[in-house]
Write a new protein. Structure first.
Length: 190
């Protein structure tokens, strides 16, 4: 047991610092749920659990990403060949420009709504991140670049966020002008 306690000490100080950071990000979230106002939220898991998961899951995800990226970017792999030889069918059409502008406008309005409501952290939801990835790929002038192809493929794998938002919409706190329409517009665009 003495060995275990010696090994735990460095992790405990890191987790303590992460817990303070998580609590700071959570502002004044209560520990217990106020069922009369469920929109405001509460801690589903204790902040310490969030800190522990953040540390270990982020480390695992970063390791897996590094490994997979090294496999994808290996010049002898089939994936690298497909990414490096991709050529778009043709130039962007007026419809693509219109959809890009619509997505940019809708995402900007969503961000403005989040700023007004003081909950910018909700912009990290999978549907918003997917819309941002799609916007990056649409706005990149070099459609045949490897970076654009990688970002588009990542977007395709985050598409479930928009589908989940449409299947299970949470419109309880939509009070601002155009908020509900914009919610469905941004999900339908991508």
């Amino acid at each position: 047991m003495a060995v275990l306690s010696v090994l735990c000490k460095p992790w405990i100080s890191i987790i303590n610092r992460l817990e303070k950071w998580v609590r700071y990000q959570g502002k004044d979230l209560p520990i217990d749920t106020d069922w009369s106002n469920s929109i405001e939220g509460s801690w589903y898991l204790p902040p310490r659990q969030h800190a522990t998961e953040l540390l270990f899951l982020s480390t695992g995800f970063a390791s897996a990403t590094t490994y997979c990226l090294s496999k994808v970017l290996d010049p002898t792999s089939t994936t690298w060949h497909q990414l490096s030889t991709f050529q778009p069918i043709g130039p962007a059409t007026p419809v693509e420009y219109l959809l890009t502008f619509s997505l940019f406008s809708s995402l900007s309005l969503t961000f403005a709504h989040k700023i007004i409501r003081k909950n910018k952290m909700f912009m990290l939801q999978p549907c918003h991140m997917g819309a941002g990835l799609l916007l990056l790929t649409l706005c990149n002038p070099n459609k045949s670049s490897i970076t654009t192809s990688l970002l588009f493929n990542i977007y395709l794998h985050t598409q479930w966020g928009g589908i989940a938002a449409l299947l299970f919409p949470d419109l309880r706190d939509h009070e601002l002008v155009g908020e509900t329409f914009n919610f469905f517009a941004v999900e339908d665009i991508f």
